[in-house]
Design a protein around this ligand. Sequence first.
Ligand SMILES: Nc1ncnc2c1ncn2[C@@H]1O[C@H](COP(=O)(O)OP(=O)(O)OP(=O)(O)O)[C@@H](O)[C@H]1O
Ligand SMILES: [Mg+2]
Length: 303
Amino acid sequence: MKKHEIPSGRRGTLPGIEPAFRGKVRDIYDLGDRLIIVASDRISAYDSILPTPIPGKGIVLTLLSAAWAEWLTGIPHHILETDVSAFPPPYCGFTRELGGRSMLVRKARRIDLECVVRGYLAGSGWKEYRESGAACGISLPRGLRMSDRLEEPIFTPSTKAESGHDRNITIEEAGAIAGAEAVREVRRLSLEIYRRAHEYAAARGIIIADTKFEFGFIDGRVAVIDEVLTPDSSRFWLAKEYRPGESPPSLDKQYVRDYLDGIGWDHNPPAPDLEETIVRKTSERYRMALTSLFPAINIERYL
Ligand SMILES: Nc1ncnc2c1ncn2[C@@H]1O[C@H](COP(=O)(O)OP(=O)(O)OP(=O)(O)O)[C@@H](O)[C@H]1O
Ligand SMILES: [Mg+2]
């Protein structure tokens, strides 16, 4: 086994138990009113799951989501437990398989929106701005450069497409999907979480350029669900690498996308294997996000 590989018993699969749902990254076990969400080391790019996992990635995503949820006092969230030995049976017996990469959560009635907040102009926000001077119907000052910080963070929702690409929509369109009142609430929560997290991260050398939240109703109240402020759901930039006008490398799939572009993959499945150096560097970038933001967390105990 190579040094950075995760032993096969620790990769999040359960002998003899099949998940109710397999997402691109997570396996979901349905317990009725609760779920066990297990983050695998799978990585997706250009809407395909790649054949090569990124060792420890699922642990980074889970530990970060749980740390943020705890840090964000006053924000309702879905997490009940991350200590596997306190999960209901038979799951409590799989501390080795699930440790660090799983959580027991309340099942929510999902609000079918990707709740995106942008503090900087990147990705589809930058693309829309360049074409129209606006993002999701919000007009922005003229003359902004790629990666520029916005005067105020903006809420730019998109659809949660079952397949294919998510599409940026206006607040009115979001209201037609989820109801105007729910949209007001998810907008308020998204902007508040972003503001607080941006300040916290900036003090630790990380710029949260943008991020995406999912929300759902739990006991009639809007709560944040899924993952929170991870490298998969956010653009994290190292403050020391940030130059307005350029596109800083983000702390996630940058090496992977660059590599896939470099070998000329046409984005049609199946995706090609990743080279070992790309896997190692990507794994290191993910871990850097966790150790920069929450240095007290010891990821090694789960590897
Ligand atoms: N508390 C919750 N209640 C209900 N569904 C949840 C909850 N938390 C997360 N989910 C859902 O669990 C799934 C997590 O799996 P994963 O992140 O792998 O999905 P995905 O491939 O990104 O798919 P999606 O496009 O639906 O996000 C998502 O569909 C997410 O909406
Ligand atoms: Mg997801």
